[in-house]
Design a protein. Structure first.
Ligand code: HEM
Ligand code: HEM
Length: 216
């Protein structure tokens, strides 16, 4: 079987992905610290100010996270055909077929793979869209916590979360969505790479995937 290389993920999508990964890892570590600092409080005031440093790093990573999500929203509408939202949701017969094929192969009901498809499988696509919605709530609660006096974030914060304490609690809970998502995601990327010949893992670095030459 001869395979052909196809350019699937633009540089913007790959930058989005790795900015998301690096910002979420940083936000989770600093977030855990903000919630329960693991350094002795005696360090505070000794000129080290660990909590201030963690909050500042959290704020910076929050801006990287936000710009990454804004880029992805742009690509959902104006990206290439594999990056657009219509290719990620079960809204066409082609996508509905792919969703049932993927669910069957993920549940080991049968061993087939949609070789024609280059973009995300629709099960992954739906979860990625859900992850973007979760990110929008994380941004809204985060900016409500960071800029409580800002009229725009206050209006949205009160409407979506109520008090700041509720926003903080839901902000903390949402962190677990991203942690559990990342663990399952990495497992499924490796699983797909072992099962199927399209080179999924390297695609998020190079942008290329592989497909048998006879499939158009
Ligand atoms: C996936 C992304 C994010 C995760 C996992 C995350 C996680 C956390 C966690 C665990 C806390 C501590 C909450 C607590 O007290 O228990 C926190 C606090 C906070 N986060 Fe995030 N966060 C994320 C995104 C953001 C964004 C986008 C912003 C916006 C700039 C932001 C701003 C804040 C602020 C201002 C606080 C309160 C810090 C304080 O106590 O003064 N976060 N975050
Ligand atoms: C915190 C950790 C991670 C997060 C939050 C994350 C998030 C995401 C998201 C949201 C997408 C969808 C991109 C889109 O919207 O089109 C994606 C795709 C992808 N990610 Fe990750 N990722 C993480 C770690 C990794 C790691 C460590 C790898 C391994 C190399 C990886 C490999 C991939 C691949 C190959 C795709 C494309 C999958 C496909 O073709 O369907 N990710 N990731």
């Amino acid at each position: 079987m001869i395979y052909e290389k196809h350019y699937v993920w633009s540089i913007l999508l790959r930058l989005y992905h790795w900015s998301l990964v690096s910002s979420i890892v940083t936000l989770a570590i600093t977030g855990f610290y903000i919630n329960s600092p693991w350094t002795l409080t005696t360090l505070e005031g000794t000129g080290l100010y660990p909590m201030l440093t963690m909050r500042n790093i959290h704020g910076l990573a929050g801006y990287l996270f936000t710009s990454a999500i804004l880029v992805r929203l742009f690509l959902l509408l104006f990206g290439n055909r594999h990056e657009r939202i219509l290719d990620m949701l079960p809204v066409t017969s082609r996508n509905i077929r792919n969703m049932s094929t993927t669910l069957c192969s993920y549940s080991y009901l049968h061993d087939c793979h949609d070789e024609e498809r280059l973009g995300h499988n629709v099960v992954a696509g739906m979860i990625y869209v859900l992850t973007i919605i979760a990110a929008l709530f994380q941004m809204a609660s985060g900016f409500y916590l960071r800029l409580p006096e800002n009229v725009f974030w206050q209006k949205w914060g009160v409407m979506l979360f109520g008090t700041q304490q509720h926003a903080r609690f839901e902000h903390h809970l949402l962190m677990w969505y991203f942690i559990i998502f990342a663990l399952i995601h990495i497992y499924l990327v490796i699983w797909n790479d072992l099962k199927n010949p399209d080179g999924i893992t390297s695609s998020i670095f190079t942008g290329n995937k592989f497909r048998p030459r006879n499939i158009k």
